[in-house]
Ligand binder design. Structure first.
Ligand SMILES: Nc1ncnc2c1ncn2[C@@H]1O[C@H](COP(=O)(O)OP(=O)(O)OP(=O)(O)O)[C@@H](O)[C@H]1O
Length: 954
């Protein structure tokens, strides 16, 4: 090992493009060649030229040159050391400077390639170790690997595993042999051991030309990484890394010469094929890099691609035999060498960044990229942020506006509540004043014809206090034709004794569209009873609402009240929910022309209204719109709710529930249609002590699919539903439950459920004195499978035909509707108990009338109220039924005036007793609605005075 030569070689190292260093080494004739007297035909005429000495024919001279010039030509007596020094050292030691290098030995078999490369490898490695030894300032890492390409298979010569290794393409390193063992060289001895091991691993075979012929291409690779010691551990440190390949190619051979067969022949084929590819690549490379270079045609050229055509310095030492017998092979070798001599490579110094340095460098690069990303992102998001800010600002503004609106609504609600509370306070004060006999409007009695007179002041019935009612002077209302002793039909229940003064009676008036149609005729007889009665009426509170209808003309016709009409100008917005609950002791709620639920989808709940004296809902449409749900519940002691011509649920799909109405004295529903629309559900429950429910010509549920429930009616004295059709439509559900103490439910010509598919339930009817259902069919025969009569109380009694008034009997016999009644009675026969009295046995009624619904909890009911009994008397002189036998009528109070009677129970053909106005109306063909309204007063038991309302108003 000559260290000096290594230093010198290193000094000459320079990167960049350079030609492959090509040398020719001529071995001496071996024993076999000498034995065959083979002549040496080649002569090195100088250090770079070799010449064929034999005389060539003219043809041969034209084909083959006689002299070949290379970088270096070594004579037969030239030692390997010199070959190394002059032909390989410089290239080999380039690896110490980070330049890849390759030393090839190329030549025919037995030409001395192994002999030459073995020496060169040792010299080079020795020089490397010497160099490392001398350059302590740098730290070197030597790694050694060895492989062979045998029959186009790559094998690891440092491993006993003969499994072929795969070749991988690395974008930076080029072709990489996968899983190739790489040993770090510790020292020279270690290297020699590995070399020895590789020799043992390499495929060597005996041929006729070479006893130890190499049957594979061997590549010994030493990778050297070096870095300056002063920068070790510093992120700035870098390393030089390069590899030097010592390639001992297998020798080309002719099968004829080697006499190989079998394995050797196969090996020779692979050898020649790969060498042919190498020659092609070199030849192409020698002609430039244009075109396709078939590096991938063999594993040899793939592995040596960078060495022979890229980032490497390459030295090729072509070995040759000078024997004449191998002149053709020698010419090919020289030809290959000549081509290789023209190939240029572009060797570069390979600086390898250390891991730490690489990490630092990558971190810096990452930070830079992140910074750029943030910058670019921030510049791109700026517009988005501004847009978002604008949207947020708009949202804030909208929310502020909404808050202001809500605040205004809240203030308005507070103001309304305050006003209502003030009204209540005034009523309280008024109550106190009433006890002192001051004038105060108490009862408002209005007939349906009042509807037309929208612009007029509310009609009020005024009474002079409690006691004055008892001593009611009917003459005040007498116009000479409406007051008659013969019309003393009813003795009204006495309530005020046990009720607070302000708790008078309740009245709910629900007006149908039909009622509106009758107003035209009724208007003639309509007057302002308040003018006549106002001074005398007391104990009746008035709840007025003047702003209910803004256009009376619009509502003067039934069409105007149509739920689908746009004329409900006061219709609130669709989908809104209205709830009026827990209104207590409200004296005046003037909701005239008011529309609680006039819009589609509105849900209206009026619940918990207690002690409301008057709820004037004239021309009011609680739920006039489709889909509206209306619940009026808990109305107690409402004295008068004039809902003349009012339609609780006039729209299809409406659900109407009127529950908890107790002690309602007057419900003028003349010509009223509770549920006249399709699909609506009507529930009237909890009506107790309703004295008169004039529903003449009223149609509770006249529409298809409507569900009608009238429940909890207790002590209803009269429910005149003449010609009324509760549930006349198919598919509707009718429930009449909880009717207690209903004295007269005149449902003449009324059909609870006469339609197919409807479900009818009449339950809880107790102590009903008279339910005139003449011609009424509660459960028609053909529909009874769909009807339900449930929860009928034991005390629920219907008058038998034997004990009913002669008029009723006569009418039932004479009328074709008797069939309906018969069916109705037979339907309910098992559920009803006959009364021994004209209508009901009083004691039985008392015993069998449990308090129901809110009646149980009703604290305002006067004592003895439950024991109050009514007797229905028939006056053959005038063909009228009248209430009698009021044993405790002495306690009849101002509430007695609640007996605003609608004589819907029976039609009177003989109108001789009619007042002029009534007669006039009947003659005009009106619906006799006005004529049927009468107010009866208990003057002195058993004397009663009944006054035609119409006459009163007139
Ligand atoms: N320059 C030389 N001086 C003296 N002997 C040599 C020289 N070159 C080769 N030899 C001898 O020639 C014989 C063949 O040499 P070698 O095995 O190296 O040939 P080869 O080219 O590798 O053949 P193969 O291709 O078959 O492996 C060996 O015995 C070797 O000692």
């Amino acid at each position: 090992m000559g260290s000096n030569s290594g230093e010198e070689a290193m000094q000459g190292v320079a990167g960049g493009e350079e030609r492959i260093l090509v040398s020719v080494r001529v071995r001496p004739l071996n024993e076999k060649e000498l034995w065959k007297n083979d002549l040496s035909e080649w002569e090195c005429i100088n250090d770079t030229t070799i010449m064929y000495r034999s005389n060539l024919s003219a043809s041969e001279r034209s084909l083959y040159p006689t002299t070949y010039s290379f970088d270096r030509v070594f004579r037969t007596d030239c030692p390997t050391r010199q070959v190394y020094e002059e032909a390989a050292k410089e290239v080999a030691l380039s690896v110490l400077n980070g330049i890849n290098s390759s030393i090839f030995a190329y030549g025919q078999t037995s030409s001395g390639k192994t002999y030459t490369m073995s020496g060169i490898t040792e010299y080079a490695v020795a020089d490397i170790f010497n160099y490392i030894e001398k350059h302590k300032e740098r730290e070197f890492v030597l790694k050694f690997s060895a492989m062979e390409i045998y029959n186009e298979s790559v094998r690891d010569l440092l491993s006993n595993d003969t499994t072929p290794l795969r070749l991988l393409d690395d974008p930076e390193k080029g072709t990489v042999v996968e899983k190739l063992t790489e040993e770090t060289l510790r020292d020279w001895n270690h290297f020699t051991e590995l070399i020895s091991f590789c020799e043992t691993q390499r495929q060597i075979g005996e041929t006729s030309l070479n006893e130890v012929s190499s049957r594979s291409h061997q590549i010994l690779r030493m990778t050297i990484e070096s870095s300056a010691r002063e920068f070790l551990g510093n992120y700035k440190s870098s390393a030089l890394a390069a590899s030097v390949n010592f390639v001992d190619l297998a020798g080309s051979e002719r099968a004829s010469q080697t006499n190989s067969a079998g394995t050797r022949l196969k090996e020779g084929c692979h050898i020649n094929r790969s060498l042919l590819t190498l020659g092609t690549v070199i030849r192409k490379l020698s002609k430039g890099r244009n075109g396709h270079i078939p590096f991938r045609d063999s594993k040899l050229t793939r592995i040596l691609q960078s060495s022979i055509g890229g980032n490497a310095r390459t030295a090729i030492i072509c070995t040759m035999s000078p024997a004449r017998s191998y002149v053709e092979q020698t010419r090919n070798t020289l030809l290959f060498a000549s081509c290789a001599k023209e190939v240029s490579t572009n060797a570069k110094v390979n600086v390898v960044v250390s891991d730490k340095s690489l990490v630092k460098q990558l971190q810096r690069e990452l930070a830079r990229l992140e910074s750029e990303l943030k910058k670019s992102g921030s510049t791109q998001r700026k517009p988005d942020s501004a847009e978002l800010l604008r949207e947020k600002d708009l949202q804030i503004e909208m929310l502020k506006k909404e808050i202001m609106d809500l605040a205004m609504q809240r203030d308005l609600a507070h103001s309304q509540i305050k006003d209502m509370l003030q009204v209540v306070g005034d009523d309280m004060s008024s109550c106190d004043l009433e006890s002192f006999g001051s004038q105060y409007p108490k009862l408002r009695v209005r007939s349906s014809m009042d509807f037309e007179d929208q612009t007029e002041e509310p009609i009020l019935l005024n009474f002079d206090g409690v006691e004055s009612v008892r001593s009611f002077d009917a003459s005040q209302y007498s116009d000479g034709h409406s007051v008659s002793s013969e019309e003393n039909y009813f003795q009204l229940p006495n309530l005020e004794k046990s009720l607070p003064i302000r708790n008078s009676f309740q009245a709910v008036l629900v007006v149908s569209h039909d009622a509106v149609a009758n107003h035209v005729d009724q208007k003639i007889g309509q007057e302002q009873p308040g003018d006549k009665l106002g001074d005398s009426c007391k104990e009746i509170r008035c709840v007025e609402s003047k702003d209910q209808f803004t256009n009376t003309d619009t509502h003067s016709s039934p069409a105007a009240l149509s739920p689908n009409k746009d004329t409900d100008s006061n219709a609130s917005s669709p989908g809104e929910n209205m709830a009026i609950s827990e209104l207590t002791e409200v004296d005046n709620i003037d909701k005239e022309n008011q529309d609680l639920c006039s819009s589609p989808g509105t849900n209206t709940v009026v619940s918990g209204l207690t002690e409301v004296d008057n709820i004037d809902k004239e021309n009011q449409d609680l739920c006039s719109s489709p889909g509206t749900n209306t619940v009026v519940s808990g109305l107690t002691e409402v004295e008068n709710i004039d809902k003349e011509n009012q339609d609780l649920c006039s729209s299809p799909g409406t659900n109407t529930a009127v529950s908890g109405l107790t002690e309602v004295e007057n419900i003028d529903k003349e010509n009223q249609d509770w549920c006249s629309s399709l699909g609506e559900n009507t529930v009237v429950s909890g009506l107790t002590e309703v004295d008169n429910i004039d529903k003449e010509n009223e149609n509770v549920c006249s529409s298809l699919g409507a569900n009608t429930a009238v429940s909890g009616l207790t002590e209803v004295e009269k429910i005149d539903k003449e010609n009324k059709d509760w549930c006349s439509s198919p598919g509707e559900n009718t429930v009449v439950s909880g009717l207690t103490e209903v004295e007269n439910i005149d449902k003449e010509n009324q059909e609870l459920c006469l339609s197919p598919g409807e479900n009818t339930a009449v339950s809880g009817l107790t102590e009903v004195d008279n339910i005139d259902k003449e011609n009424q069919d509660l459960c028609s025969y053909e529909l009874k499978e769909n009807k339900k009569l449930n929860s009928l109380h034991q005390g629920f009694v219907l008058p038998s035909s034997e004990k009913i008034s002669p008029l009723l009997v006569e009418k039932r016999v004479s009328s074709s509707r008797i069939l309906k009644l018969t069916r109705s009675r037979s339907c309910k026969a098992s559920l009803m108990k006959d009364s021994s009295s004209d209508c009901f046995d009083q004691d039985e009624i008392i015993q069998n009338t449990p308090p129901i619904g809110i009646q149980k909890d009703y604290i305002g009911r006067p004592q003895g109220f439950e024991k109050r009994t009514y007797t229905l008397n028939y006056n053959p002189n005038n063909e009228r039924l009248s209430w009698g036998g009021y044993g405790n009528c002495v306690r009849c109070s101002t509430a007695d005036i609640q007996n605003v009677k609608s004589s819907f129970e029976m039609e009177i053909d003989d109108d001789s007793d009619l007042s002029p106005v009534r007669r006039e109306k009947k003659e005009r063909g009106s619906s006799n609605l006005l004529a049927n309204h009468e107010v009866c007063f208990n003057i002195s038991p058993p004397l009663f005075v009944c006054v035609s309302l119409t006459d009163l108003m007139c």
